[in-house]
Write a protein that binds this ligand. Sequence first.
Ligand code: CTP
Ligand code: MG
Length: 244
Amino acid sequence: MSDEWSPDTHHSSRITHHSLGLIVVAAGRGERFGDDKVWAELLGRPVLVHALEALARPPVARVALVVAPARLAEARALATALSLPGLPILVAPGGARRQDSVRNGLLALGQCAWVAVHDAARPLATHALLLRTLAAAQATGAAVAAVPVQDTIKRVAQGIVMETLPRAELWAVQTPQVFRGALLAQAHRAQADDATDDAVLVERYGARVGVAEGAYDNIKITTPGDLALAAWLLANRVEARQGG
Ligand code: CTP
Ligand code: MG
């Protein structure tokens, strides 16, 4: 690991109200969905609003919402409407790859002791899930929400099974993912290779990434069927809370 960063850089590991920034990335093209999925309606509100409402509350102190350049004006209006007092939602334009969008979010946030990154396409995340991931990150400097895989996973090439991976060791990784702010910024600066999440950049940088208990219903909207499933899951969650 580069000696630019060490776990002792920040002496206090206590989370204060001013130390946690949240980046919600919503600037993808939604190619597999076939439309701008994060703006699609889910029980009357855009998908990304569900993600923001679940996570953009204390101890989060500031939020960067990263959107496609064509959505900037719409996102700014939304940010004004949704911001809690003292918890600004800053809007930034996304980049070509997810990691470019996260990087723009980091620039918009400025320095934060801790940074949580969340996919806007995961509208079923909960505040409790964010707090669990934050707690795991406090122990190691970085942590991801994840669940054990339920399917048997095989490596396949040209339609032929090459290898069956040991299921007991396999986890499906989600967001939120939480990092020391300086570590995440340095890991992003240190490499340009493609990455499907932020943790892999931190892993390649040589830092340890812990795992927090994710949730099987914290699905990512990838195809139109996922939107229908998310609507069903959310509606049942609301009903369960109302005792219906
Ligand atoms: N994302 C982003 N900027 C990008 C690519 C992705 O902000 N350049 C965001 C997406 O908006 C989404 C999250 O990263 O909230 C996870 O990405 P994914 O599910 O792959 O979404 P898309 O890239 O939009 O979908 P697809 O890969 O099907 O085009
Ligand atoms: Mg994508």
